[in-house]
Design a protein around this ligand. Structure first.
Ligand code: TYM
Length: 372
């Protein structure tokens, strides 16, 4: 018997089948994305993901369902104390609200409030290949081991925990649970999205066409690099706080960090990502926030025609970031203080209520398809 014949859609109950068909043929976009509560979001999170999520709320034309989650179960794949996690969860929620996520237009919730994420993860894990997972890069970068490391490496066998290794399966469950059609993420998440599509193929070829294959919405130009080591992406885990701009930094902090950004010893402006990664990272930031929508190349040509040096470039970048971040810090502090954090908890509860409805619909189909 081929895996396809294990369950046919016709064997689903009528109600579930009708719902599944309506969903399958609906052309409504369902957007899902998530962020780990592992520290205050930085400019990379903002440009690569959060700002995109906010702008999707205002996109004219086709209406989308927008679902955003603070993925707290992912945060415990690396050691984190309960007190720190509790604080980071609320801070992540406050950051998203302060950056412009509107709970009336988007569903915003904590991943752990919906147990179906873990249940679907288990079902997907039963068909996920450990060979595929072992080739993925995230567990290697989290353990700071070479990309050539394998599961047969003695050190890895003791330090690699099952949760970190299976992280991509949980991420796939996050997305598939809401039948997301599009996932806006930074470029570093591409591999995880490919794996999510692999999980859909595995499931659908075994149990029938029930899960939706998600499209990745990401762009390499939106990758923000560290201000101290432009060969690496801006990251929450970098030891140097000079390497990243937090969305809650004061204008003074932003200015100091940008003026101290590592570039090179040539005091002129040109856009050359390979030879001048630090200067090019700054030009991409300037271009991103530029109201005239000039490309990094155009901005470099303009600055160079004015004989501007790197000090002038840095000052312009600093001013553009300060203007774009204006108000976020104040709203963030206000949200955390409001009702002792009670407002944030209320938003998260309401979001979870909405998310639960959709998760229940998917799990009814999945359980029936699997025979549970
Ligand atoms: P996380 O929490 O590391 O980052 C949140 C988002 O920010 C993007 N990002 C960046 N974009 C551009 N430049 C950078 N330097 C930069 N650093 C981070 C990330 O690509 C991400 O979009 N595994 C995910 C969380 C997750 C998820 C999901 C995302 C769990 N389940 C389901 C989408 C769908 C992560 O660790 O993101």
């Amino acid at each position: 018997m081929s895996p396809r014949t294990i369950i046919q859609p016709s064997r689903l109950s009528r109600g579930v089948r009708r719902w599944a068909q309506a969903r399958h043929f609906s052309d409504r976009r369902v957007i899902f994305s998530g962020i780990q509560p592992t520290g205050t979001p930085h400019l990379g999170n903002y440009i690569g993901a959060i700002h995109r999520w906010v702008r999707l709320q205002d996109e004219p034309g086709e209406v989308s369902d927008l679902i955003y989650s603070v993925v707290d179960l992912h945060a415990i794949t690396m050691p984190i104390s309960p007190e720190v996690l509790r604080r980071h969860r609320r801070e992540a929620m406050a950051s998203l609200l302060a950056a412009g996520i509107d709970p009336d237009r988007s569903t915003l919730f904590y991943q752990s409030a919906i147990p179906a994420h873990s249940e679907l993860m288990w079902i997907l894990a039963c068909r996920a290949s450990t060979g595929y997972l072992s080739r993925m890069t995230q567990w290697k970068s989290k353990l700071s081991v070479a990309s050539s490391t394998t599961l047969f490496d003695e050190d890895v066998r003791s330090s690699l925990k099952l949760g970190l290794f299976s992280y991509p399966v949980l991420q796939a469950a996050d997305i598939l649970l809401y039948r997301a059609t599009h996932v806006p993420v930074g470029d570093d998440q591409r591999q995880h999205l490919e794996f999510a599509r692999e999980c859909v193929s595995n499931f659908n070829s075994t149990y029938g066409k029930h899960l939706v294959s998600p499209t990745t919405l990401s762009s390499p130009e939106l990758r923000v690099m560290s201000l101290q080591n432009p060969a690496q992406k801006m990251s929450k885990s970098d030891k140097s706080h000079w390497s990243r701009i937090l969305i809650t930094d004061t204008p003074e902090e932003i200015n100091k960090k940008v003026m101290g950004a590592v570039t090179d010893s040539e005091n002129y402006v040109s856009y050359d990502p390979a030879a001048r990664p630090g200067v090019s990272n700054l030009l991409r930031l300037l271009s991103y926030f530029d109201s005239g929508s000039r490309t990094p190349e155009q901005l470099a040509a303009e600055l160079s025609s004015e004989n501007a040096g790197l000090g002038v470039l840095k000052q312009s970048v600093s001013e553009s970031i300060i203007a774009a971040m204006s108000g976020i810090r104040e709203r963030y502090l206000q949200l955390l203080a409001e009702d002792g954090g009670g407002f944030i908890d209320h938003v998260a509860r309401e979001g979870a209520r909405k998310a639960q409805l959709r998760a229940d619909e998917t799990m009814a189909i999945v359980r029936e398809a699997v025979g549970l």
